[in-house]
Design a protein around this ligand. Structure first.
Ligand SMILES: Nc1nc2c(c(=O)[nH]1)N[C@H]1C(S)=C(S)[C@@H](COP(=O)(O)OP(=O)(O)OC[C@H]3O[C@@H](n4cnc5c(N)ncnc54)[C@H](O)[C@@H]3O)O[C@H]1N2
Ligand code: MOO
Length: 418
């Protein structure tokens, strides 16, 4: 009688003789294989929050376009007024924002000016109204004046023709302000990357529906759709699919028509019901599925009818980690952005952990009192830990023994763009 093999406590033990691709090697390969796929469109800047520039954005006008006044006060020629008390005659009129002074301020005169007004010709300095005494047709103040005080030079912020942002930049609210300030009304953007999300598994049902004991609610789909949106892409909900090869095949084909990239979860492993990896394998395009990463060891990467597919593991924590670490940079490239791996911060660990060298590990983490805490369980199904956490701690391939105080890399969800 043959004896059963001994049970292993560590289900992640690396099988002897198998080459596990290090995360960096997998990423380098993905970077070299993938490129932008989206079409472009011209949009008004006001509608372009979070959109990705397809061309560099160039200032059409300097900012400010004309020298102007930073305060309410009086404009004059600063160099004339040294130490001592000065009485300077005011000339007729004023310069206000949108209502400039037409003439030139004569030598040794001052002109009433308001904040944002064009600096009148013949002046270079503005004295604050609080610092002068207004007398009949004159102002009196103490010198010396600092030449150029309270006056903004034309183009001191931005020069016309300056490149504001390179192609691939994603616009923030501040960027909409800068583009508008420099006269840029319309820009060419990439159309958003369309990312289809499919959940697979006979056990899945929809939250809110009645569920039997052998069913679980689909958590990955809402989580991944929301993550894709936060990352700036267009999520396409392809729903849940049972573990039936023909249904999955149809689903992948529909997704390949509607989307630029497909994320599936479940069935990535090599069990009897792991149809996703089997289907991708059949296409002959499946590559890179033994990545030395935990969680997320069973990751199926393939191409279905021309569209890349990330066959993510079903366990929610693994699905999220693989999305952030492996799918995110690829989706960025496809969307027209730069390759980007967030570096996070090196901070002291508040925990102890032993790991195998040769595999990168990500733990759910957060920072308290300047130290990185980790979720007490590494169970990849413990979805509550993803919410408990505020980011991930990345334990390098080489790391083995982490003790309190060991510097570890903490990457917040915000660093990933979540
Ligand atoms: N013999 C082995 N078994 C397993 C291995 C292994 O190496 N050898 N790896 C384990 C690891 S690690 C993971 S992760 C899973 C990944 O497997 P699959 O991608 O095939 O995922 P499933 O088996 O379909 O599901 C795993 C787990 O996650 C739950 N799940 C799936 N989809 C969802 C969803 N949309 N929302 C919430 N939860 C979901 C599912 O019910 C399972 O509990 O394989 C291990 N097994
Ligand atoms: O690594 Mo699995 O991918 O832990 O749950």
């Amino acid at each position: 009688m043959t004896r059963p093999p001994p049970l292993k406590n560590d289900c992640f033990a690396l099988p002897p003789g198998v080459h596990w691709t290090p995360v960096d090697e997998a990423l380098a390969l993905l970077q070299s294989r993938m490129s932008g796929v989206t079409e472009t469109e011209v949009l008004p800047v006001a509608d372009a929050l979070d959109r990705i520039l397809a061309e560099p954005a160039v200032a059409e006008r300097s900012h400010p376009p004309h020298a102007n006044c930073a305060v309410d006060g009086y404009a004059l020629t600063g160099a004339q007024y040294k130490e001592g008390v000065h009485r300077v005659p005011l000339c007729e009129g004023r310069s206000a924002a949108g209502q400039p002074f037409d003439g030139r301020v004569p030598d040794s005169h001052a002109l009433r000016v308001l904040t944002g007004a064009n600096l009148p010709a013949g002046t270079d300095t503005v004295i604050l109204q609080e610092d002068v005494q207004l007398e009949d047709g004159h102002i009196a103040f103490h010198g010396p004046l600092k030449i150029g005080a309270n006056a903004r030079k034309a183009g001191e912020d931005v020069q016309a023709g300056e490149t504001l942002f390179p192609a691939g930049h994603r616009l923030t609210p501040a960027d909409l302000g800068l583009l508008s300030a420099t006269g840029v009304g319309r820009v060419t953007f990439h159309k958003p990357l369309r990312v289809a999300v499919i959940s697979t598994g006979d056990e899945l049902t929809e939250a809110g529906a009645a569920a039997s004991d052998d069913q679980i609610y689909d958590a990955n789909r809402p989580m991944l759709l929301a993550a894709i949106k936060k990352l700036g892409h267009e999520p396409i909900d392809m729903g849940r699919m049972p573990d039936q090869r023909d249904v999955l095949k149809d689903g992948l084909t529909r997704a390949a028509q509607e989307a630029d990239v497909i994320l599936t979860s479940g069935g990535a492993s090599a069990g009897d019901e792991d149809h996703m990896s089997a289907l991708l394998n059949e296409t002959g395009t499946m590559a890179l599925w033994r990545i030395a990463i935990k969680p997320g060891r069973p990751l199926a990467l393939g191409v279905w009818e021309g569209t890349p597919v990330f066959g993510l593991p079903g366990n929610p924590v693994a699905a999220m980690v693989c999305t952030l670490i492996l799918a995110r940079p690829v989706m960025r490239l496809m969307a027209g952005q730069s390759w980007d791996i967030p570096q996070g911060l090196m901070l002291p660990a508040a925990f102890s952990k032993s790991k195998k060298a040769g595999r990168r590990e990500y733990l759910r983490a957060r920072v308290r009192q300047g130290q990185v805490e980790v979720f007490p369980s590494e169970g990849s199904g413990r979805i509550s830990g993803l919410s408990w956490a505020e980011g991930l701690v990345e334990l390098s391939d080489e790391a083995q023994d982490i003790t309190p105080g060991t510097p570890v890399r903490y990457i917040s969800y915000a660093d990933f763009g979540l």
